[in-house]
Design a protein around this ligand. Structure first.
Ligand SMILES: O=P(O)(O)OC[C@H]1O[C@@H](O)[C@H](O)[C@@H]1O
Length: 306
């Protein structure tokens, strides 16, 4: 029972780690752009009858999507028996409702496009806010892995007397889980989002924990505004600049500089390659792929006539 992984560009290191941990091989896929920007895709590995997985974190989904689609279809045409998508960061989860009339519900549309091409999806902490599960929009097998135990281990190993703080109610799930895991106190602020880069944070009183080291925890850093506003509220209460701990560091232009100007140290998982990566997801993703492979094979055996 084995699997071949095909990393999309810039996902080679993550695919290598997963393959090493799970005992899988890494296949050879040639992907490049013609001078006019169109994509060239060529498969150099045999996949007929094989279970395969494409490793592609979707931090720049608009740029990546066509190559991803061409690759999935090429693997299918060449006889792959099942095709998983390993996307540690799953795109388009934040437009989970029509906030204004006439808006596209891109979370659902993106889910439908991925569901047409792949048999299964493994991701880490997708931004589930108004949806409770990926199954509400994805019609394929999905597995959402939680990074909070790994983030909690990082805090336990690196910070004495931590105080875990979520910048908004959505972040309670990560802040609460980490705090419980390490037996630390936690607080959650409230946020009003008025635009893409315009947020207001109302902080709670943290002064009873004055001797502790503040750690802001969130799922995503995009513009950095949420954590920057929360960090300023924390320093205004006499604390040092907090550590910003996030699952996915998207870092829109200026985000990292914004947080560093406040004095924050930034720590992220390697779901998106960035110098702040300090928490490795490879082992977690490898275990999930082994589980998926078992499910896919069990289904195939049930379908095989005796
Ligand atoms: O404020 P930026 O960094 O742009 O966006 C990230 C925030 O927006 C939310 O959806 C995330 O959960 C996070 O709190």
């Amino acid at each position: 029972m084995t699997m071949t992984l095909f990393p999309m560009p810039r996902n080679e290191r993550l695919a290598g780690t997963i393959a090493d941990r799970a005992g899988f091989s890494v296949g050879k896929l040639e992907l490049r752009r013609f001078p006019d920007g169109e994509s060239y895709v060529r498969l150099h590995s045999l996949v007929a009858g094989c279970a395969v997985a494409v490793v592609c974190t979707l931090a720049r989904a608009d740029e990546q999507f066509l190559q991803l689609l061409f690759t999935a279809r090429l693997l299918r045409e060449n006889g792959a028996r099942s095709i998983q998508l390993v996307a540690p960061y799953l795109a388009y989860m934040r437009q989970d409702r029509r906030f204004q009339d006439g808006e596209a519900l891109t979370s659902r549309q993106f889910a439908q496009l991925i569901s047409c091409e792949f048999d299964g999806l493994i991701t880490v902490d997708p931004h589930l806010h108004r949806y409770r599960a990926l199954q509400e929009i994805y019609s394929i097998e999905t597995e959402s892995l939680a990074a909070s135990p790994l983030l909690a281990e990082w805090v336990r190993d690196n910070v004495e007397r931590p105080l875990i703080i979520g910048p908004d109610s959505e972040s309670e799930q990560w802040a609460g889980a980490i705090a419980t895991h390490i037996g630390a106190p936690h607080a959650v602020f409230t946020k009003l989002r008025r635009g893409d880069r315009d947020v207001l944070i109302a902080a709670s009183d943290l002064t009873v924990w004055r001797e502790r080291t503040p750690i802001l925890v969130d799922d995503v850093i995009s513009s950095g505004q949420t954590l920057a506003h929360a960090a300023r509220e924390i320093t205004a209460q006499g604390f040092p600049a907090p550590i910003c701990l996030a699952v996915h560091g998207l870092f829109a232009p200026g985000a990292e500089e914004l947080l560093k100007a406040i004095g924050c140290r930034i720590v992220t998982t390697d779901s998106i390659a960035h110098p702040s990566n300090a928490v490795a997801l490879g082992p977690l993703l490898g275990q999930a792929l082994v589980r998926q492979l078992t499910v896919v094979d069990a289904k195939r055996l049930r379908r095989t006539p005796k």
